[in-house]
Design a binder for this molecule. Structure first.
Ligand code: PGA
Length: 257
């Protein structure tokens, strides 16, 4: 269970979701300051704040060796008459290096389907951003024994052709584990991540073999280390526990250590 490839650099990304007023910047700055010299365990670290805070946080972390900034969603178009949306180019311009696409909350709240998620990942590529493509089964699908089918189908539909390890990160997030305090067993995580790795390697060859596969869903300081030790878990997408610098830093220390 511990044969993670040393060639893959882990990524711990914090997804703040629709949380954070200006005062929350202090938490992000505490992370920035703690990582001033880069991480000491070879881990990439990112915070994906709400769009309202993204540019100011990117400015405040521009010279930081250890902290990158990402968006939480983007439109497929570069610009145009799409009230309320943000384009990948705008995120890039504001200082982001990545964007989450296809998070289960977007799929549920906004009816986003694989095809749209794939087009958003293509928009990210066009803008020079890394797409963090989220996939994961619901509780009902898991109970019906459909987890691997669902995950493979989402991978096929949501990840565009020509994806590379540089422009694409996969985040496996079981929907039922998000924000619930529940996590799959380590065996289940190993099985799903192994299936994802196999599918990526089959479709993308060497790029798929080295693409990062994050686990997300109730990652906390006290379970991060055991989750990271699972084969083919190359980091984490962290929601609630990324909102407090202390918790997030404890997770970062657990990963890649
Ligand atoms: P959680 O969220 O860590 O609060 O479960 C993870 C996510 O939705 O990315």
């Amino acid at each position: 269970m511990t044969d993670q490839s040393p060639a893959i650099r882990p990524l711990v990304a914090g997804n703040w979701k629709m949380n954070g007023l200006k005062a929350a910047l202090d938490e992000a700055l505490a992370v920035r300051d703690a990582l001033a010299g880069g991480t000491d365990n070879g881990t990439d670290v990112m915070i994906c704040p709400p769009a309202s805070l993204l540019m100011v946080l990117a400015e405040l972390t521009r010279d930081s060796a250890g902290l990158q900034i990402g968006g939480q969603d983007c439109h497929t178009a570069a610009s145009g008459a799409h009230t309320g949306d943000v384009s990948a180019e705008m995120l890039k311009d504001a200082g982001a290096s990545a964007v989450i696409v296809g998070h289960s909350e977007r799929r549920a709240d906004h009816g986003e389907l694989d095809r749209l998620v794939r087009d958003k990942a293509l928009a990210a590529r066009r803008a020079g951003l890394t797409a963090i493509v989220c996939i994961g089964e619901t509780a009902g699908q898991r109970a019906a024994g459909l987890t691997l089918d669902v995950v493979r189908r989402q991978l096929l539909g949501s990840v565009p052709d020509g994806a590379t390890a540089a422009d694409t990160v996969i985040a496996y997030e079981p929907v039922w584990a998000i924000g619930t305090g529940l996590t799959p067993t380590l065996e289940d995580v190993a099985s799903v991540h192994g299936a994802i790795r196999e599918a990526l390697a089959t479709r993308f060859g060497g790029e798929g073999a080295s693409m990062r596969i994050l686990y997300g869903g109730s990652v906390k300081p006290d379970n991060a280390r055991e989750l990271m030790a699972v084969a083919n878990v190359d980091g984490a997408l962290v929601g609630g526990a990324s909102l407090k610098a202390d918790d997030f830093l404890r997770i970062i220390q657990a990963y890649g250590a």
